[in-house]
Structures are given as C-alpha cells and as structure tokens.
Design a protein around this ligand. Structure first.
Ligand code: PAF
Length: 287
C-alpha cells in the first residue's frame, strides 16, 4: 500500500518531523526511513525506490552528521546539495525529506552518545576512532524522531550495516533494518558521494578496488581459502596502482568483523583504500 498524497515536503524542524511521523503512525501507515548525508546518487535512489515499494510513507533524511567525521577537511568538503537531493528523492518515491540543522540535532551541552565495543572498533573503526559512535548516535536519534518501521542501508557500507543491526537488536529498537545491494558504476566502482572528488586519473585508478575483489574471489572460487593468501592477492592488485594507498585489507566474519584465518562462505572481504586524498571502501562476500 502506498500513500497517495501528493504533498511532498522538506521538513527542517525536529518537532514538525516527530508530529508528522506520529500522525502517520496513528493512521496506521507504515514508515520507511532512508538515512543519508545528501549528495544523492543512484545507490541512495535505489534504497528510496525499494523503501517506496515496501512502505506507505518514505522519509529520506539529509543530514551531514558532524560527529561522525574525524577529519575536519572531509566534513567541510562534503557536498551540500539539498535542493537537488530533495528533487531526486521525491522523484524516486520519497514523501518527506527531513533536513534538520546541526544546532538542532546537537544543541549546546549535548552529551548523550551511543557507543559500541567489538565490531565497531575494527576495520573503519580502527582507523577512524569516533566514527561509529557518531553514526550510531545520529541513527538512534533519527529513529527516535522519524519512528520508522523499516530503515534502509546500503551493503557497500557493510560495517555500518552490521553495527546498526547490532545496536537495534541490543537496544531493543522497534525497527526492521533492510540491507540493500551495492549499486556500481559500469566499470564496477561502487557508487559513493566521494567518487565526485576523484580527478580523471584517480577515477581510472579507483577501478583497482573492484579488480582486487574480483581477483580474490576468482582465487577463492578456484579453491583457495587461506585468508593470508587471499589478502595478499588483494594487496598486490591494489599496490599495482601507483595512485592507490591501502588503509586496510581484511577478511572477516560478517557479524563480529573479526579476522578469520580461513575464508568460509558468507565471510567478507573488506577494503579501505586511498586514491590520492579520497578514501574509498568496498567489500564482497564469499559465495
Ligand atoms: O551512510 C551514511 O550516509 C551515514 O553514515 C548515515 C547512515 C546517513 C548516518 O549519518
């Protein structure tokens, strides 16, 4: 069942967003939330389209969350394109774009955070100390404000999906988390708002991520299961590219995100690689 109302709108106020969500819930409407930081690309739009087929109301939040950035340059360079984002979100099936201000989300004196040990400390959590504290805190706040029945996250951010699921489970949050497949460019590069920051040469160099994942998967399919050998293959493929610098390469259990000695079906190859100054991540499961 899909809401037929045509009055799509951008809501900035937290109080108004809460009232809208409470009214929808009172009418028995199912709410889907797609949390984003804007700069929407085809990956986000596919989440919104999926949400629109599964819910009565789709809320897309657009909020560049300052507390998940550990690098001030990264935060200031993040594209802010609300008007275009809202138009794209509405065309993909969103009913509401929720775009709160940073001062409203984190008023003076704000000091309540959601922290997690274990999987949030590995992979991206190891090199970006407070990143997942920021992600979980803002996602928890968005759930509190928008009261979604379903929330949609891309599998490209596999660690984010894992830790959000764990938070929802452990904190008994009343929302179903849907992971949706990574959307890729024609040459295989995973779609990301950061891709726009790559120069032409860097954009070509960035293909090394998918090449590495393809090569390691081919090795696995040929019978190789040693994580050490598979990791070396990933590293060699990345290091052939002069513009690339490895942040991490890991083969991990998909829930604990702990490194495994032997790759099994369902385990995850996870990469973070700098192409020039731009840090890209990608992953693939062994099937
Ligand atoms: O994946 C993102 O864009 C962000 O981490 C999220 C989930 C919107 C939280 O700010």
């Amino acid at each position: 069942m899909k809401n037929t109302s045509d009055d799509k709108k951008i809501i900035h106020s937290i109080a108004e967003m809460r009232a809208y969500a409470a009214d929808a819930a009172a009418l028995g409407e199912q709410i889907g939330l797609v949390p984003t930081m804007g700069a929407l690309h085809e990956g986000h739009l596919s989440l919104i389209r999926t949400a629109a087929t599964e819910n009565d109301i789709v809320i897309v939040s657009v909020f560049v969350n300052p507390i998940q950035f550990d690098d001030p340059y990264d935060l200031s360079a993040y594209p802010k394109t609300l008007k275009a984002d809202a138009e794209a979100a509405f065309n993909a099936g969103a009913d509401v774009v929720f775009a709160p201000g940073a001062d409203d989300m984190y008023p003076k004196g704000f000091s309540s955070y959601i922290d997690m040990t274990g999987p949030s400390e590995r992979l991206c959590g190891a090199s970006r100390a407070s990143h997942f504290r920021g992600v979980l805190t803002v996602v928890g706040k968005l759930f509190g404000i928008c009261m979604p029945d379903m929330a949609y996250f891309g599998e490209k951010d596999a660690q984010q999906l894992t830790v959000v699921r764990k938070m929802v489970n452990e904190l008994n949050m009343n929302v179903t988390i849907r992971g949706c497949p990574t959307v890729r460019e024609e040459d295989g590069l995973a779609m990301s708002s950061r891709n726009a920051r790559l120069s032409e040469d860097e954009r070509v160099a960035a293909r090394c991520l998918i090449r590495a994942l393809d090569e390691a998967r081919a090795l696995y399919e040929a019978g190789e299961t040693s994580a050490e050998v598979l990791s070396k293959a990933l590293r060699n493929a990345i290091e052939k590219e002069p513009l690339a610098r490895v942040d991490y390469i890991d083969i991990v259990d998909p829930l604990s995100l702990e490194a495994v000695p032997e790759a099994r079906r369902g385990d995850l190859m996870a990469l973070a690689v700098y192409i020039g100054e731009v840090r890209l991540i990608d992953n693939r499961r062994f099937e």
